[in-house]
Design a binder for this molecule. Structure first.
Ligand code: 2F8
Ligand code: CA
Length: 279
């Protein structure tokens, strides 16, 4: 009988193919391991252990592969989820921006509404004030008329009342300075024309008459007797034309509207005095 320990020796001795063939033809019996040999047992144990180890390793590999697959799947799922989240995030951002715009529009609309309502209230207020103003103007007009009527009723004989002044025209003729002196004596002065209305009022005195206008002080610079410069001017056609020889103003019977003339201060004409009265 040949033991396993002797096997190498057996094969080592098969020098050529014929020897090996010969060996293979040997009866199986020749290679049977003795059942109770302790070395064999050990070998079996090793083989079994190795087999188990292989199985264990294979199982581990399978487990790891399955784990890997599952992780890959999980990763892919997460990637998909991530993409979904990104997309939904984009949608949410868009939605948020839309909402922001809507809120802004709403604010603007609200502001506009407020402005419109404020405008309406202002318009109402303005209209109310307009009505009040019209009423006040009417009242004022009535009061002014009442006042004028009262003034007229107390107007001294020979004087005429117009817009807070009394006027009188002389019935005789004098030069400019004497005429002025007469007015001053009466507590008045030669008339000063401040408006078109006053000018028109004077047109009722159908006479050539001195007015309180002169350029005696400075040739060409016409001033009123109270020292104020001439602002309103109703010179007749071509007037003033007298230069140094005509330094006093009178009203001639030219066209109504433009009747002033510069005349020699020494000629004698009528004159009109004006006395201011409290309004
Ligand atoms: O034609 C205008 C002219 O008329 C008179 O002279 C002719 C006046 N003279 C007097 O009133 C004294 C001028 O002053 C006036 O320019
Ligand atoms: Ca003149």
């Amino acid at each position: 009988m040949v033991s396993l320990e002797d096997e190498p020796e057996i094969y080592e001795n098969f020098e050529d193919v014929s020897d090996r063939k010969a060996a293979s033809r040997r009866s199986v019996e020749d290679f049977k391991v003795p059942a109770a040999a302790p070395g064999m047992k050990m070998n079996r144990l090793v083989v079994v252990s190795l087999g188990l180890l292989c199985i264990l390793q294979a199982a581990l590999i399978i487990y790891l592969i399955s784990q890997q697959n599952s992780l890959t799947e999980e990763r892919d799922q997460m990637k998909r989820n991530n993409l979904d989240l990104k997309a939904s995030g984009k949608n949410l951002t868009e939605e948020r921006d839309d909402l922001k715009r809507t809120v802004k529009d709403f604010d603007l609309e609200a502001q506009l509404k407020m402005t419109v309502s404020q405008q309406n209230s202002l318009t109402e207020e303005r209209d109310k004030l307009k009505r009040i103003n019209l009423e006040m103007v009417a009242t004022n007009k009535n009061l002014a008329k009442e006042r004028d009527d009262l003034k007229k009723s107390v107007t001294p004989l020979g004087w005429k009342y117009f817009s807070s002044s009394l006027y009188t025209i002389s019935s005789i003729r004098k030069n400019w300075q004497e005429s002025r002196d007469d007015c001053l004596q009466k507590g008045a002065d030669l008339v000063i024309v401040n408006s078109r209305e006053e000018e028109n009022f004077l047109s009722q005195f159908h006479e050539t008459m001195w007015i309180g206008l002169t350029d005696l002080e400075t040739e060409g610079t016409w001033k009123w007797v109270d020292g104020t410069p001439m602002t309103e001017r109703y010179w007749g056609p071509g007037e003033p034309n007298g230069r140094t020889s005509e330094n006093c103003g009178d009203i001639k019977q030219y066209d109504v509207g433009k009747r002033w003339n510069d005349a020699n201060c020494n000629i004698k004409v009528c004159w009109t005095c004006e006395k201011k009265v409290s309004p």
